[in-house]
Design a protein around this ligand. Structure first.
Ligand SMILES: [Zn+2]
Length: 263
């Protein structure tokens, strides 16, 4: 199995639109460091046969896939329906053409309801004779607490508190992905024991945030769960790559777009 981080930035990306010269607002991070350039959060999990599960379809999806030379996706899983995780759903149309089939897609009931409302045209009856002039998904309803087989991979889903809503975290063998989380209950923590690699939301090194874990919280989780390797994602404008690399404890590191984790 192989995991590629397609994006590890916050909801507005890094840099976000703006800045003194209009070329981007970098906050407190170094614009000269390429690993500080971050797209919206997403990963791809590739199985032994080379089939790929895409987790979330954010607004940067086209650039993310082409940058990582990923020309085919075999299934999609949604963690939740916030715009930075779903706004690239239209790109599934092109992935449909490559696959030459409707796209198997997995999300919980609430996420599907939201997707159907916001992308209603994608859920109208599909006429195969017309091809893929819009995205065509095969919706699978999943729920936290379940283990679902996707592309032959056992994907265990668990609930994460994201402030105002709940998101799906996922574990595949000894890898887990926890984007968009501020609190984890005992059931989720129990399911995160014994990890080799944990990619986890860490929006800020500052004080508590209403919807995202801060560094202090991540380090508390790490002390308890003891993953062999912890990689930070969903990083905001005070999470400078090199400063973090210098200051984080052993076993904890900032992610970067294009990071590949082999199992
Ligand atoms: Zn979110």
């Amino acid at each position: 199995m192989k995991v590629t981080i397609l994006g590890c930035g916050g909801s507005s990306g890094s840099p976000q639109i703006g800045g003194a010269d209009g070329a981007g607002e970098w906050g407190e991070i170094d614009s000269a460091e390429p690993r500080n350039r971050r797209n919206r959060p997403s990963i791809v999990i590739e199985n032994k046969a080379g089939q790929r599960l895409l987790v979330d379809t954010g607004p940067d999806l086209r650039l993310q896939l082409t940058a990582q030379k990923i020309g085919r996706i075999d299934a999609v899983l949604y963690t939740h329906a916030h715009a930075d995780h779903i706004a690239g759903l239209d790109e599934i149309r092109i992935l449909n053409r490559i696959l030459d089939a409707p796209m198997p897609a997995y999300a919980d009931q609430k996420c599907w309801a939201e997707l159907e409302q916001r992308f209603d045209y994608a859920f109208r009856p599909w006429d195969p004779a017309k091809g893929f002039f819009r995205p065509v998904l095969v919706p699978h309803v999943v729920a936290a607490g379940e283990t679902v087989e996707i592309l032959g991979l056992p994907v265990t889903l668990f609930a994460q508190n994201h402030g105002y809503i709940s998101t799906l975290g996922l574990r595949v063998q000894n890898f887990a992905y926890s984007t968009d989380v501020v609190r984890l209950d005992e059931a989720a923590l129990a399911g995160l024991m014994g990890l080799d690699v944990w990619v986890v939301d860490c929006f800020t090194s500052g004080g508590p945030h209403p919807t995202h874990a801060n560094l202090a919280q991540v380090l508390l989780w790490v002390a308890r769960l003891q993953p062999r390797r912890t990689i930070l994602t969903h990083m905001g404008p005070n999470m400078d790559f090199c400063s973090l690399q210098r200051s984080l404890p052993a076993g904890v590191e900032p992610g970067f777009d294009g990071m590949v984790i082999e199992f």
